[in-house]
Design a protein around this ligand. Structure first.
Ligand code: AMP
Length: 177
């Protein structure tokens, strides 16, 4: 059954587009269907984990919330520690926080200082790169603490929004749309 599905489908076919979500004008690209196909999910995680800049990173930082799904699988596959950047009100203890602009609104992200102080270099993992505001927020949080950002690994990159032009580090995206 799975091998028949594999011959019929590509990873790209599992990305579902929801028009006008969460607001008018946004084509929301949903990666969650990938999780219903373990062999595609495994292939994806192997590709995301094969990146050379990951080898040199002391840790992964994954972004709330879909980034956690892919980040923790990449962390397991690459045997790297993982810490998280979370949305407001979610993290206990001492945190550092920064606000950022989203393709559809404003938000802020926080990192626990106790987790951050253990590592010096990071690869960021998220599900999708759009304008780059989210990843830029995380990289600024890290760089303000004199941490090194070696790259971003993401499942999808929306090319037309040119998010990667905001960064001074490389981007590894598995699907460019
Ligand atoms: P940005 O900061 O504009 O690069 O947006 C990236 C973050 O927002 C990711 O964490 C995505 O989960 C989410 N996001 C932004 N735009 C979209 C979209 N068109 N489809 C799905 N997720 C999106």
């Amino acid at each position: 059954m799975l091998s028949r599905l594999r011959s019929m489908k590509k990873l790209e076919d599992l990305i579902v587009t929801y028009k006008d979500f969460p607001k008018k004008g946004i084509d929301f690209k949903d990666v969650l269907e990938i999780l219903q196909y373990p062999d595609f999910f495994q292939d994806l995680i192997l590709k995301m984990s094969s990146n050379p800049f990951l080898k040199n990173a002391e840790a992964i930082i994954s972004i709330d919330a879909r980034g956690f799904i892919f980040g923790s699988a990449v962390a397991l596959e690459s045997s790297k520690p993982m810490i998280v950047a979370r949305k407001p009100g979610k993290l206990p203890g001492n945190i550092i926080t920064r606000e950022y602009d989203l393709e559809y609104g404003k938000n802020s992200l926080s990192i626990q200082t106790n987790a951050l102080k253990k590592f010096n270099s990071f690869v960021i993992v998220d599900d999708l790169l759009a304008t780059g505001g989210t990843v830029n927020c995380v990289s600024k949080l890290l760089q303000d603490q004199r941490k090194e950002v070696l790259g971003l690994i993401t499942v999808i990159e929306l090319n037309k929004l040119k998010g990667r032009s905001k960064f001074d580090f490389p981007v590894h995206s598995i699907i460019s749309i």
